[in-house]
Design a protein around this ligand. Structure first.
Ligand code: HEC
Ligand code: HEC
Length: 315
């Protein structure tokens, strides 16, 4: 009997651990590999100067480290560049959710004159006349490049981008993977600080749209979701962002107006101190959370523990 035990443990580890995470090492299939090449290639911008990765920078968890990014001819983007990792909980894309699929979202920056300034059919024509891409698309999709397959390849690559963190190791049973302060932060996150009302589930997002009080119709005049739906009650609502790798994606919010994680937590602690005249702040964001400065530090430690150094492929 005593010889069976290690075998059972090994089988349990081999079967359970991957299924717990359903992660794989970052080995890409041909479609994902094609999407990756395109993501990093300036061929998709009008003057061959900008790729997706010019704004979605791998070293910052595929977000940008400035409030507003620069696109074609140094023009400014309308909003802060979000991460293209950890997207699986979203049913629609962009801060206002105006793009219903990741494929469509992936073609949108081409057309946007401030981003890449490239009509999609022109981009496709370029790929068709490029020997390498022409052959790659034929290999993957059995036909020459098209709008549809360009969107599919870019989306396939982005769907593989997923970050694991110390927090995941903690959840999988490694008690010491995160600090005592981060553990207290986790309790606050789910309790007193009420973050979990919106940042819930495996990726810490409901995938929905909420008004947390960042819009005042004056100097902060981005209507967010309201811009897209044209409904007054949606003004000031933005997509609840995933918090995986959040320590790497400063500055924060749709406009990049908050510089550090600590400041974000202080914002939630007393939102009115930051935006006294906010319009339509939702009921889930109370006037004060009454967090002590130690509790703010604990929450910060918890958020840092969600920030993965390991980028893995998500199935
Ligand atoms: C000039 C900077 C810039 C470039 C280049 C760029 N993006 Fe973006 N991206 C942004 C900004 C800004 C947003 C947010 C748009 C909004 O919410 O209005 C965004 C949003 C996204 C999103 C939505 C993420 C989410 O959380 O909903 C995806 C996916 C994305 N971009 C993929 C791409 C791909 C693929 C390319 C290349 C074809 C690309 N981007 C090129 C700046 C850029
Ligand atoms: C009512 C829903 C809701 C609650 C509750 C909530 N958030 Fe958020 N969170 C959002 C939305 C929506 C945004 C984006 C708002 C914007 O851009 O104007 C956001 C943005 C953030 C960001 C910035 C992420 C980025 O990529 O820019 C962080 C960090 C964050 N929240 C952490 C927290 C913490 C910590 C708590 C608890 C103290 C919390 N949130 C409570 C909805 C919520």
């Amino acid at each position: 009997m005593k010889n069976i035990y290690p075998i059972v443990v090994i089988i349990a580890a081999v079967v359970l651990v991957p299924s717990l995470f359903s992660f794989q090492p970052a080995e890409l299939n041909a479609e994902e590999q094609l999407g990756k090449e395109l993501f990093f290639d300036v061929i998709l911008s009008q003057d061959h100067s900008i790729s997706c990765a010019s704004c979605h920078k791998p070293e910052f968890a595929f977000a940008d480290n400035v409030a507003i990014s620069e696109g074609l001819f140094g023009q400014e983007t309308a909003r802060n560049t979000p991460s293209t990792m950890n997207l699986r909980a979203y049913e629609s894309f962009a801060w206002d959710g105006r793009n219903k699929t990741l494929e469509r979202q992936s073609l949108a920056p081409l057309k946007d004159f401030a981003e890449m300034g490239m009509p999609v059919d022109e981009a496709v024509a370029r790929l068709i006349s490029n020997e390498h891409y022409n052959a790659s698309f034929r290999f993957v999709y059995s036909s020459i490049p098209s709008q549809e397959t360009l969107g599919r390849a870019l989306a396939a690559y982005q769907r593989t981008l997923f970050s694991l963190s110390a927090y995941d190791r903690y959840v999988a049973g490694s008690e010491n993977a995160i600090s005592e302060s981060a553990k207290r932060g986790l309790e606050l996150f789910a309790g007193k600080a009420q973050c979990v009302n919106c940042h819930m589930g495996d990726d810490f997002t409901s995938g929905g749209f909420e008004n947390i009080g960042t819009y005042n119709g004056k100097e902060y005049d981005d209507k967010g979701r309201g811009n897209y739906t044209k409904k007054e009650e949606d003004n000031g609502k933005f997509k609840v962002p995933s918090l995986r790798s959040v320590a790497m994606t400063a500055p924060y919010m749709h406009d990049g107006s908050i510089k550090t994680l600590r400041e974000v937590i202080e914002y939630y602690n007393t939102p009115r101190k930051f935006r006294a005249d906010a319009l339509g702040r939702g009921e889930l964001i109370p006037d004060a959370l009454h967090l002590t400065s130690e509790e703010v530090s604990d929450l910060e430690a918890f958020l840092i523990s969600l920030s993965g150094e390991d980028i893995v492929k998500h199935k």
